[in-house]
Design a protein around this ligand. Structure first.
Ligand code: PBG
Length: 335
């Protein structure tokens, strides 16, 4: 028996002691969020001097390549390590096979070349999948309504090489075809891009939380049906481990879980099992629901943003792709 209270009814072990004051709380904090953990997804559109807001993502704009300089200045100044580029391909050049994906003059390549000129130290992540380029909104080639795996991979390989040649540092296949990581790795190596990294969207779920992103790209209305024959069933968790194991065996350098907040359990399992660089995507729908609650005054903006991102660190993430990246970086700097 240790030090009992007068009545003897109180506990000796008091976890609240370690929460007593700010310095103690800092000493016992198990996890921390830093700017190094933030990756900023950006939407790039055609035209010049063009900036248009994404309706379902308040505060997020699509910007033309010539505006990237000012658009990225604050992110670079705050020390954000990398951006993930998503192109808004003009509708009239989308086709059934997504041929714009392999055009060396496409938006993602132009944006990459521009960013490498103005901010050479900023990492560039290129999304590999065909949905920004197809007139049916699917991530691959359709045959009788089904996204065919192996033929799609041939295009994804060409798309990856196209991006690597433009200067993309990290190829991020988000298509969920089987075997694409191995094929892309082999093609990159054969062309001398041995240090071009691959961050695979290894466990990507067929999620309703991508709705605002598809609005941003203009691919949502095109999509008849869903992506359930290639993206994962939200009911599954063991299957995520199998996907990650395959992508690592095929040469992925980093893996991603997506969406983020509803899938923190998956992140933790991946981290525990594989102990490899693990990322998550706090996707457009997660951003939208938080932004909507902030607009209504239902949630406190700054604290909620930081808490949501710290949760990813606690779950085992090295970093998070988040539309809040710049705001969070500013909050962290302010302290
Ligand atoms: C497409 C892709 C999607 C996202 C990133 N890459 C959407 C989809 O699979 O339909 C979603 C990102 C977000 O919702 O913020 N390959």
């Amino acid at each position: 028996m240790t030090h009992a209270s007068a009545t003897g009814a109180y506990p000796a072990a008091r976890p609240r002691r370690n929460r007593f004051d700010a310095f103690t709380r800092r000493m016992v904090a198990e996890h921390a969020l830093s700017v190094d953990n933030l990756i900023w997804p950006i939407f790039v559109c055609d035209g010049t001097n063009t900036r248009s807001p994404v309706g379902s993502m308040p505060g997020i704009d699509r910007v033309s390549v010539d505006l990237l300089d000012e658009h990225l200045a604050r992110a670079v100044e705050l020390g954000i390590p990398a951006v993930a580029i998503f192109p808004i391909t003009p509708l009239d050049i989308r086709d059934a096979s997504g041929s714009e994906a392999t055009n060396p003059g496409n938006l993602i390549c132009r944006a990459t070349r521009r960013i490498k000129e103005i901010h050479p130290g900023l990492g560039i992540i290129g999304d590999v999948a065909l949905d920004p380029y197809t007139d049916h909104g699917h991530d691959g080639l359709l045959r009788d309504g089904y996204v065919v795996n192996d033929e799609t991979i041939e295009v994804l390989v060409a798309q990856s090489l196209n991006q690597a040649r433009a200067g993309v540092d990290i190829i991020a296949p988000s298509d969920m075809m089987d075997g694409r990581i191995g094929a892309i790795r082999a093609a990159l190596d054969a062309e001398g891009f041995v240090n071009t990294r691959i961050m695979s969207y290894a466990a990507k779920y067929a999620s309703a939380f991508y709705g605002p992103f598809r609005d941003a790209l203009g691919s949502g209305g095109l999509l008849g049906g869903d992506k359930k024959t290639y993206q994962m069933d939200p009911a599954n968790s063991d299957e995520a481990l199998r996907e990650v194991a395959l992508d690592l065996a095929e040469g992925a350098d980093m893996v991603m879980v997506k969406p983020g907040m509803p899938y923190l359990d998956i992140i933790r399992r991946v981290r525990d099992r594989f102990a490899v660089p693990t990322f998550a995507y706090q996707v457009s729908g997660e951003y939208a629901m938080l932004a909507a609650a902030f607009e209504r005054g239902w949630l406190a903006r700054e604290r909620t943003i930081l808490e949501s991102l710290l949760a990813f660190r606690r779950a085992g993430c090295n970093g998070v792709l988040t539309y809040f990246a710049v705001e969070a970086a500013a909050l962290l700097r302010r302290g």
